[in-house]
Design a protein around this ligand. Sequence first.
Ligand code: HEC
Length: 236
Amino acid sequence: MRRFFAPLLVIGLATAGAAQAEDTLSPLHFQSQGAFGSIDKAAAQRGFLVYQTVCAACHSANALHYRDLEALGLTPDQAAGIAAGVKLADGSTATLDSPFKDPAMPASAFGGALPPDLSSIVAQRKHGTRYVYELLTGYATAPDGVTMLPGHFYNTAFPGGQIAMPPVLRDNAVTYADGTAATQQQEAADVAEFLTWAADPNLSTRHQIGLRALIFFVFLSIVALISKRRIWRESR
Ligand code: HEC
């Protein structure tokens, strides 16, 4: 039995390890990634600022309400303060129960390429967290021989390489309250972490439960193994 058990444990640990290692491909480490990752709330709060200041001009995030910001570690007063600063389309002021404000950008602005709702974009794209980061930092000059469609920008992360979204992040596009230097990469990583949380607000809890379940099953296996050996011990 021990001969079976040990390799199983090794395989289990290796799988968990591989899930972690997969995301070291990115130049930045995302705390939310990997089998036991949890949302980096400080990064996600900074990411909200980037979303609110930059992305919200074109993208909605309809699944989110201002009250949800409390789950990111903001106090109810801070969340209410953010809502109070938002004027809705009908002229009223947002409250904690309002969904995030829709952008005012006309749908025709990008030649028919609609900015998608960002609430669950991380879940809708493969390796979504890293994809968002790489998309936002992936603008480059088109290589020779590539003919650009009108109104499109060359982007190494976007399938097909041509995206209708202009490069929107630059150094110091926002000023972070926690003193973090707002480089373009930092902003991209922070908004990716924020959108990871948006797509899966319970990620941290789920991963914690997963870890506890794993520990419990390892413990249970050991107990089962010991009982089995006792029951089936050859009587001398
Ligand atoms: C000026 C308007 C504008 C702003 C600001 C903007 N976007 Fe976009 N975004 C677009 C448009 C238009 C598209 C659709 C592009 C296409 O399909 O070619 C898009 C598409 C996307 C996509 C989907 C790409 C895909 O795989 O389909 C993501 C993710 C995204 N934007 C993230 C962001 C984030 C994060 C921000 C803020 C940092 C942001 N955008 C700011 C206009 C904008």
